[in-house]
Design a protein around this ligand. Sequence first.
Ligand SMILES: [Zn+2]
Length: 403
Amino acid sequence: MRASLKIFTWLGIPVYLHWSFALILLFPAFTFVSSGFSWQDTALHLAILISLFTCVLLHEYGHAIMARRFGVSTRDIILTPIGGIARLERMPERPVQEILVAIAGPLVNVVIAALLLLGSKLLLQPEYWDLFVLGIEDAWSSLLNYFNFFGEPIETAGVLEGDAEIDMPFLPSFAFTLIILNAMLVIFNMVPAFPMDGGRVFRALVALRAGRVRATRIAASVGQIVAGFFLFLGIFQGPPSLMLIGVFIFITARSENAMVQMDDLLSRFTARDLVRRNFSRFNTHDWMQMAIDSLPHGLERNFLVFDLDDRLAGMLEEQSILQAARNQDRSAAVAKYMEDVPVIPLNTPLQHVYQLIRQHGNGILAVSDEYSVVGVIDEEGLMYFLRLQSGNAGKSNRFSLRR
Ligand SMILES: [Zn+2]
């Protein structure tokens, strides 16, 4: 994982910090300066920050451990300033399993908050406990006020705003802050929009009736409505960061939809449907000059290479040809710049073709029947085929997932 720092491996899952995580340290640094260089305030905020990200990490482990129960492993967990990502190898196929995996994360935060509440109830003196309850009521009222556009604002006891909280010693006020933060994590994650867990739960619920492809389309539309609502809130109620979240949700909903629709499209075809049967070929003994000359003349950019007995020997990719041109290596034999070429049978599913070309970066594939090479598939052909099939032949780069 580029630009990330591995901090440890737990339960067989490596945990990484994304480089931008360093930005988080601006927060206690800001506290330090704005509190007049008070070490206590800075320490409290740093402790809260570390605990918060521990809760986020446990949330991600919730997803990972539930996924493991269904035989899905987790590549890694990455912590970024805006939250954690557990990168599962794949999503479980069955909607019920997807719901359980999605809900396991927020459930961890519910358990943490409940344990903290229980501990506080048992350990705190009654007057602090009363303050606790008041504070939670206040937090709930402020949340409701947020969505209260027309009515009178709900009165709060003012516990969160200040005076009362100061009377609480370090540990209770630390516990209180953590309870509120975990509750916020649950509420935020259950928003029914990708990439939030609530979006996955919603999609899986719809998929029980409508099938995964249609469910994703519906969930993406709902996600975009939610995104619009966040945008609206961000503009008129604040904080402005909600606008950013709105834009983020909007983009994610779109790309999740495009990905699932494309998966569905790919699953309906095989290599037979897009194999190109007339193609230029080179011989291992040809000069590179011939390949260099051929580039400006045709649409083909990658070529198959055959030996003197007309057996497939490899492929010559565009970048190798350009390399030879740059090196003035025009009299070299094609064999020098040739690489191994994947050979696939005609009945290869298009998903696999897509992986070989887009993810593994092969410029061209040789397609064979049971006797010999019958044609090729290259990246241009694959992309054009996909655009054609999705009814977007005119638009370029509809599927622009980079390899
Ligand atoms: Zn989650």
